[in-house]
Each structure stands twice: as C-alpha cells, then as structure tokens.
Ligand binder design. Structure first.
Ligand code: GAR
Length: 187
C-alpha cells in the first residue's frame, strides 16, 4: 500500500477530495493530515472522514525536528501540500527528497512567490485582466513555487468573472486533476 501524508492550513476541500478519491483504492491510502492551524476547517473534515489528523506549531516545524519525526513515523511515499501556507524548511526537503509536491492555484511561473496564495492569486489575475488561469502541480524546493512542474491545467476567464468566480473555476480544476496526478506519481 502506498501512503500519502497531506499538509493543509485552511478549509481543506482539496484534502477531503483526495481522501475521498482514494477511499476505495486498494493500492493508495491517505495515512494522515497535518495542519499548522488549530482552528483549520480541515480538522473537522478529517474528523468526519475518520482520517487521522495532527496539529503542529512553528517550532516543531522549523526548529525541533518534531515534524520530520512525525512524518517519518507515518512512512509516506508522497507528501502532498494542499493549501499549506508555510514555507517548507530545508531540513524537511532534504529528509524527503523528491517526495513533496504542492498545488498552486495559477499557471506558474506567473502569480507565484511569497504572498501569492488563495484569494490573493485570483485577485491579481482579475486585476491584470487575464483571459485564462489554471493550476500548477509541482515538486517543492526551498523557494516558494519554484520546484519542477509536474502538471498544469488551464481554464478560461470571462470578462464578467470576479475573483470568486475565478477561484471556483480553479477549485474545480484542482478537484479534477490533483488526485489523478497523485495516483500517477504513486502507481
Ligand atoms: C487551493 O486553491 C490551493 O491551490 C491554494 O489554496 C487553496 C486551498 O483550498 N494553495 C495556495 O495558494 C498555495 N500557494 P482548500 O483548503 O479548500 O483545499
């Protein structure tokens, strides 16, 4: 059985989608979800889905090595960032080479980097009157949104779309593509 560990900071709709997608799969399972936010909605989703979930603080993530130990104990084949907003420290990147992937809600290299997450991305895309946007699934390295690209998918933006409409279109792409890309990487 291949094992996934998901890191999420917020709503966790992608985490839920991935958990549900692999629920009936005999070869892949979501071992656990880790979050850096005690009040994140993803914790409620995990509760409902009976998926193990763990909270960690900044010091456990950056200084003590506790998160590396926790992830190692979960023995993952892939670590999936699904709306996870902290930068990954190099000690975690080196502990799991080529095993950490992220989803970004835009067509990188555009609209990436520090501060470019969630609604900020869609607002910037709208402000620039882009006619298309999309998703990028990529490996994680030490710089925000700069690791090797694994997969991209696009969607058109109508002139009447506001940032919320754009966010919805991007989320649909995420739900459709992310689990399949994970499956392909693992099997
Ligand atoms: C997703 O759209 C994801 O691409 C984005 O946060 C959202 C999380 O939604 N990630 C980033 O912006 C990372 N830079 P969710 O919590 O409902 O899955």
């Amino acid at each position: 059985m291949k094992r996934i560990v998901i890191l999420a900071s917020g709503s966790g709709s992608n985490a839920e989608n991935i958990i549900t997608y692999f629920r009936e799969n005999q070869q892949v399972e979501v071992a656990a979800v880790l979050t850096n936010k005690r009040t994140a909605q993803v914790l409620e989703r995990c509760d409902k889905l009976k998926t193990p979930a763990f909270y960690f603080n900044k010091s456990a993530f950056v200084n003590s090595g506790a998160v590396v130990q926790l992830i190692k104990s979960l023995n993952p084949d892939l670590i999936v960032l699904a709306g996870f907003l902290w930068k990954i420290p190099s000690k975690i990147i080196y502990a799991f080479p080529n095993k950490i992937i992220n989803i970004h809600p835009a067509l990188l290299p555009k609209y990436g980097g520090k501060g470019m997450y969630g609604a900020h991305v869609h607002e910037a895309v709208k402000k620039n009157k882009e006619s298309e946007t999309g998703i990028t699934i990529h490996y994680v390295n030490e710089n925000y949104d700069e690791g090797a690209i694994i997969h991209q998918a696009k969607t058109l933006i109508a002139p009447t779309d506001d940032a919320c409409d754009i966010a919805q279109k991007v989320h649909q792409l995420e739900y459709e593509h992310f689990p399949k890309v994970i499956e392909k990487l693992l099997l």
